[in-house]
Design a protein around this ligand. Sequence first.
Ligand code: PXP
Length: 250
Amino acid sequence: MTDYLGQLRLGVNIDHVATVRNARGSSYPDPVRAAHLAEAAGADGITAHLREDRRHITDSDIERLMEALTVPLNFEMAATEEMQAIALRHKPHAVCIVPERREELTTEGGLEVARQENRLADFIAPLREAGCRVSLFIAADRAQVEAAARIGTDVVELHVGPLCDAFHEGHMDFHAAELARVAEMAMRAHELGLEVHAGHGITYDTVAPIAALPQVMELNIGHFLIGEAIFTGLKAAIAEMRRRMEAARG
Ligand code: PXP
């Protein structure tokens, strides 16, 4: 399928503004201020991950984001009862379920959907009933995509971290193979009626082939943009990412 299915949205993940703030236990830089700047720079949504250990985004950040944002909040969280209760209290536009392990530096793998279909189906049902669009962050793997479709999620976000890392480490064969896998699974997910997003590890140098995948409707990008903002400012970093996304989309 080669038809472009619509405009590609950019979700800006502001977690690492909070990482810098929390490194000194100060009140700045404020992720909500970053979210406002991102909105003004053309972000279609803001993503924030409330981790179990609150290492970056805090409960109060989520409260303030819910009050302040004019674009949708994509609330990333683990599939725990505590997080489900928080999501049901705030009812953000979207909830993205991610795996979480305390010792990891960042979300390292995709969610294991295939082996916990019943548990996840029960977990996401009340979120969907509350009006949240539910997204599952999964590896580009057929078993996971098909299981995600069976349990009735709205969206899958394909984990493109391995593909982006391979590019930056110069493993171009692996990069090409991963890209082919992501392309095939984006097509499969779309065939099954799922909206397809992609995220993790995306940079200026890796965004183009992902943005060019016609079934992908949204990219969620954080760490690189916040890092680039140190040099160019957040507004310019977002504008440049958008420019590359649009150029790749054709
Ligand atoms: N999508 C998901 C599901 C994530 O967990 C993350 C990282 O929090 C991102 C996108 C953004 O990844 P990055 O910060 O590497 O751009």
